[in-house]
Design a protein around this ligand. Structure first.
Ligand code: BGC
Length: 734
């Protein structure tokens, strides 16, 4: 439709129809044939829903969706949108978001989103509530499993890559979907790590550290944005005018669709900041929020009332509805409201094979080797290997978001994966050993107990097998019931029952490899003493065990790098590398009084941000700058040689950090990641890696909250992780 046609369409709508566009319904209000079957909300005239509703949330049935669209279009000129939470893949399930961040491979990340878009679009979905780019530095928060880690720059790159992948070349194409970046803003920074809790943050920290990933999505033309459940400095994010309008709309120029998070509009009343939902409706409109998910606040009762009483004008409503119409138009729905219903069968088997190959590649590229004593990995193909741990009984290495629908591919069990490699000639045994959790854990959702209340028997079997094996591969970690939405924990540890088994196994055989499944950084201090090798695999998705076998038996080398600092103890969180100097800093491990430290542990993480080993080794040398003076508006180049001095080929992720040594009245982080390159380097080969440094990379929000780079001294570090200081050079901005 042309602009003019859209305007005419808008002008032809009644108030009820306009408000309908701003309302989002759950599928349970519709029956199999799309008829209305029940009251959804006391504030919504149900008879009108089918005719006026603008979008549907989380429906997973192509035929039903298609029928609903048909039925809707009998009454309405405006096609429905189908919005779903497609978070780490649709049919093909990829590793979870922190794992994708760990790949440090934007091209691969984009490709996973591209595949996800193809698969969901064929199924009938046209919007995904992804990417979630809430920076979090507090691993107690259960939703760190959905974000891209602690770092602003890495998260921004992931945010951009995901949006570009989902939205492709054009939303007009029938294999692209609209992305919705969330949760705006600061949802990942509740002050005590508990999901939904309040956020209080300085304007400068918010702009320097937390907002850039959302902005990266906006700059990549993301179609939608979702507000957040939390308050920001006292005001609910959903009606926070400063973030929603001053920053998002006015400063960043976002003109896409804004949607509330599930029921977050109604929460304004519970937060005690409004008198009633009609006032919330008025505030939502003033915040330029276009759709209310599951709220009913944008129903005739409240929004209609606000219009009647004059606190909301028709012009304001029109502005919101126009943004929604524009999105539907961008997606090409007016020309063909059925373009998304090609059906999953429309994806050919050869495409599926390719999707699985990318998912499998992502497992090695995201899994992070943090320890490999005695080169226990890779395991020779003729060894006796005992696979032990509760994850032996699991083939679905996915999380809640993939599990809410039945469309996902389910992977192989570990034994099936091992058997699929004909060249493996060793002896392989499999035993569960222990449950995921001890029975006394109080949880609303509990993992099933694979030991059928016969834990002792399972433990005995595991120990017997461990005694006979050359190498033990422990498949253990955090069951997905312990993280995700409302999955906050105070102790970010591996369940004790699994650690107890590991201790017993260690008594009979020390050749232990741990493959860890986790949704957050966990405390691995004791584990790192009991295991010789550790691969952190997060939740690797539907190709999980095939990808894991690739690494275990040396077909690939794990090449992930940690997107979070992993603490030594739970009490260290929030923990992140980009701290600022305090004046009380002191060399690690020298326990003087009056210095910045804990009494009972070191300051440093067990494994720092950016860290990860490989089956080979890399040596860095010859860091050199093209000039030690950077003139504003110009660039200098920094280069370094990276040599693979080990016996295997492998990937190295070369990371560039910058320190702004002196800045006027605002202390700057000791280091910030500003660039990286993931390079494949063959054994014995040396590559020169070059980066450009530009003024833009040195800018920050200064004491007056102006975005500036200050003249003066900077240090550039290039290395293999955030605490690697071995190669650095100074330069000056003039
Ligand atoms: C979550 C969102 C999600 C929405 C819709 C909310 O509870 O916070 O991330 O997109 O539900 O399912």
């Amino acid at each position: 439709m042309t602009k003019h046609e859209l305007k005419e369409l808008l002008n032809s709508l009644t108030l009820k129809e306009k408000i309908g566009q701003m309302f989002q319904a759950l599928p349970h209000i519709f029956g199999e044939d799309g008829a209305i079957t029940g009251i959804f909300d006391e504030n919504v005239e149900t008879d009108d829903i089918i005719a006026t509703v603008g979008s549907i949330l989380n429906m997973y049935d192509t035929e039903r969706m298609k029928k609903l669209q048909e039925q809707h279009l009998k009454y309405s000129k405006i096609p429905l949108l189908f919005m779903n939470d497609i978070i780490h893949g649709f049919n093909t399930i990829f590793p979870i978001s922190p794992a994708l961040a760990a790949t440090f491979n934007p091209r691969l990340i984009k490709e996973t989103a591209r595949i996800t878009a193809k698969e969901s679009a064929a199924f009938g979905i046209n919007v995904t509530f992804s990417p979630m780019v809430d920076i979090s530095r507090d691993a107690r928060w259960g939703r760190v499993c959905e974000g891209y880690g602690e770092d602003t720059y890495l998260s921004s790159i992931c945010s951009k890559s995901m949006v570009e992948g989902y939205q492709g070349e054009s939303l007009q194409n029938d294999d692209t979907i609209a992305a919705c970046v969330k949760h705006f803003a600061l949802y990942g920074a509740p002050y005590d790590g508990r999901d939904y809790n309040n956020v209080d943050m300085s304007e400068r920290m918010m702009r320097n550290d937390y907002l850039p990933p959302y902005k990266a999505a906006v700059d990549a033309n993301v179609a939608m944005i979702m507000t957040a459940f939390n308050t920001i400095n006292g005001t609910p994010a959903t009606i926070n005018h400063h973030t929603n309008v001053d920053i998002l709309r006015d400063e960043w120029g976002f003109d896409g669709v804004s949607i509330t998070d599930y029921g977050s509009a109604k929460m304004c009343l519970s937060a005690g900041v409004v008198d009633n939902h009609t006032e919330t409706a008025q505030l939502l409109i003033e915040n330029k929020v276009d759709i209310d998910m599951m709220g009913g606040v944008y129903g005739l009762k409240y929004l209609g009332e606000a219009v009647k009483s004059g606190t909301v004008s028709i012009e304001q409503i029109d502005e919101c509805v126009m943004r929604i119409l524009k999105l539907k138009n961008k997606l090409g729905l007016f020309e063909n409201p059925y373009k998304y219903f090609k059906g999953s069968d429309s994806i050919s088997e050869s495409e599926r094979v390719n999707h699985r190959a990318i998912a499998r590649q992502s497992v090695s590229e995201s899994s992070t080797l943090v320890k490999n004593d005695d080169s226990l990995l890779p395991i020779a193909k003729d060894k006796k290997v005992a696979f032990i741990g509760p994850f032996v009984e699991k083939n679905d290495l996915t999380t809640h978001w993939a599990q809410i629908h039945g469309e996902r591919e389910i992977g192989l069990y570990i034994n099936e994966a091992v058997n699929s490699f004909p060249e493996l000639k060793g002896e392989y045994s499999y035993s569960i050993g222990c449950p995921y959790l001890s029975d006394d854990k109080e949880l609303s959702e509990k993992p099933e107990n694979p030991c059928e209340n016969n834990a002792k028997l399972y433990e005995k079997e595991a120990i017997e097998q461990a005694k006979k094996a050359d190498t033990i591969v422990m498949l253990m970690g955090e069951p997905h019931e312990l993280f995700g939405e409302s999955g906050s924990r105070t102790e970010i540890t591996i369940p004790e029952v699994q650690m107890a088994l590991l201790r017993k196994i260690n008594e009979v055989n020390k050749n232990i490899v741990v493959v860890l499944f986790n949704g957050r950084p966990l405390v691995l201090s004791e584990l790192s003493e009991l295991a010789k090798s550790i691969i952190i695999s997060w939740y690797p998705g539907s190709q999980g065990y095939l990808g894991i076998c690739d690494m275990l038996f040396g077909y690939t080398s794990p090449s992930g790098r940690l997107p979070f600092s992993f603490p030594r103890k739970s009490g260290q969180v929030p923990l992140f590398y980009s701290n600022i100097a305090t004046g009380h800093d002191h060399p690690e491990g020298q326990f003087h009084k009056y210095v910045l430290r804990y009494i009972d542990t070191l300051n440093s993480p067990l494994y720092p941000f950016g860290y990860g080993l490989s089956y080979t080794e890399f040596e860095y040398s010859n860091l050199s700058l093209s000039s030690s003076t950077l003139k504003r508006g110009e660039k200098i180049t920094v280069s370094i040689d990276v040599e693979n001095i080990g016996n295997h080929d492998g990937f190295e992720t070369v990371q560039l950090y910058i320190r702004d040594v002196k800045s006027r009245l605002v202390a700057r982080p000791l280091k910030e990641l500003k660039a990286f390159e993931k390079k494949f380097i063959k054994s014995g080969e040396k590559k020169t890696v070059k980066f450009e440094i530009a003024e833009e990379m040195l800018k920050f929000y200064d004491k007056d909250c102006k975005f500036n780079a200050e003249n003066g001294e900077f240090i550039v570090y290039i290395g293999s992780h955030s605490l690697d200081d071995s190669n650095s050079a100074n330069f000056e901005l003039v």
